[in-house]
Design a protein. Sequence first.
Length: 230
Amino acid sequence: MIRLKQKSFYDDALGVNCCVRRAKRSSVRLPALPRSGRETLDMKRLLYSLTTASVTAAIFLAGNNAAGASDKQTLDPAQNTAEKGPNIPAQDDSQKEAKSGPTAKVNVDSQGIILKGYDVIAYFKQGKPVEGNPAFESTYQGATYFFASSADKADFDKDPAKYAPQYGGFCSYGVAMGVLASLEDRPEAFAVYRGKLYICGNQEALKAFKSNMDSNIVKADTNWRLLAGP
């Protein structure tokens, strides 16, 4: 009885093994991906990774460039100021240039008044700026001059070219540097040199102009012929 049971047990085990082997043989196998297909997929993944890395790097570099440009703009004004030297006043928008003749150009205000209404004769006679009086006025080369007295007006009318400021009343140092610059506030920065009146936009510009007077006058004379123009 025991032997029969053992035989039945072995038969069952053999039957199970046969079923397993048949199931394995009958299992459906998916076709393997061709080598060329795997390579194509790998290449696409590689290209995708490279593209993503490139875009990230471009965004990073663009951010750095923008920050660098901002820093440069912040630093440049100080650097430019150091390189430019003395401060040269800029031409005011409210001022106009009056012309009289083919080469005349003068620095006047919106009413055509030169030297902000100061007496040009006072620079020669008194050695200082003196405010003129509209009651005593003269016109020369398109500019209106005010004088502190009738005597100053008479002196000017006798020889206006002798007393008129050089370079049409523009900043003399600015003209030496090749630009037409206006005057700041009162025209107190001046020099009478060899019988001619030179006005500068401020004391700093006057100091620079007087540091090498003869050389700056030569430069200004040359530049004025170009700046005055026809």
